[in-house]
Design a protein around this ligand. Sequence first.
Ligand code: NAP
Length: 312
Amino acid sequence: MQTYEFDTVILGGGPAGFSAGLYASRGGISAAIVDVNMLGGQPSNYLELENYPGFSKIGGYDLMEKFEQHADMFGLQKFPMQEIETIDLVSQPKIIKTKTDEFHAKTVIIATGAKPMKLCIPGEEEFIGRGVSYCAVCDGAFYKDKVIAVVGGGNSAVEEAVYLTRFASKVYIIHRRDELRADKIIQQRAFDNEKIEIIWDTCVTEIKGENTVNSIILKNAKSAEFTTLGVEGIFPYIGICPNVEKINGQVAQDSKGFILTDETMKTSIEGVYAVGDVRNTPLRQVITAASDGATGAVYALKYIDSLKGVKV
Ligand code: NAP
């Protein structure tokens, strides 16, 4: 077991984490990213982004590689694939224990992001990897010339449905209301795509199959009528929930678990900041995550200066 000491430990290596790491390292404090996964966060799985300023089109993985290389220039330390056992945000220093190491930090910046929400219906768990997928970029190619369904009406559902038409012969979007939540420009791409059919006012109540998925049971929200739809794949994109398993209960959170912060990204604990998708924020984009990271790191720097008695 090795013990490391840093001015700030950033939990999570996505856009918020790397931006925080860049600002902290460049600001002259010792900073490390600790992540349970490979670095890059959620955008690494996005095929393309076309709304990150300065890049009219860039692969998600490529953009995150640029984030990482930029932070590297200022000496950010990185600890990916860490199996985190405990996080103590209240003690001073704050302590993160992993299976192999212990990290002591004056400040912690939580940038752990969010993960897909599940439908929680019969068949969902059973058929994960055998017809149920939460990642179109990872699994889309398995559905060449097949009929599949995407569930949800937000940006993710509609964008990924359009992406999946590269492979599938038909993509149903199943949405529980009669209006999509996705941005208009994204909606229009789905309306213009001949392979996409939207099934409105409908919920999926069960996923069925033998070895792999062969059908889903639908319930019309208005008529309460049940029907069976033959599909070989189903991609639920019904929103996200925060990655806060080891943090729960230590900082103030909203009813869904997202961390509450003020405009400086400070949480309810002194010296602890939350940035990006994990916090209660009205917009979850790479640019807003990066912006949060910068703000959080700058205020972590000020906090560290205040510990040294420097007037801020
Ligand atoms: P989201 O915007 O919260 O949309 C979730 C969708 O799933 C909504 O249409 C919702 O229906 C539906 N839904 C929720 N629970 C459901 C359930 N139990 N059964 C059936 N349907 C359910 O989530 P998201 O699309 O994952 O996006 C998350 C965030 O990332 C958003 O802020 C989004 O703007 C952002 N994002 C942006 C981009 C981009 O700008 N290119 C791409 C992807 C994601 P209702 O509409 O009825 O609530």
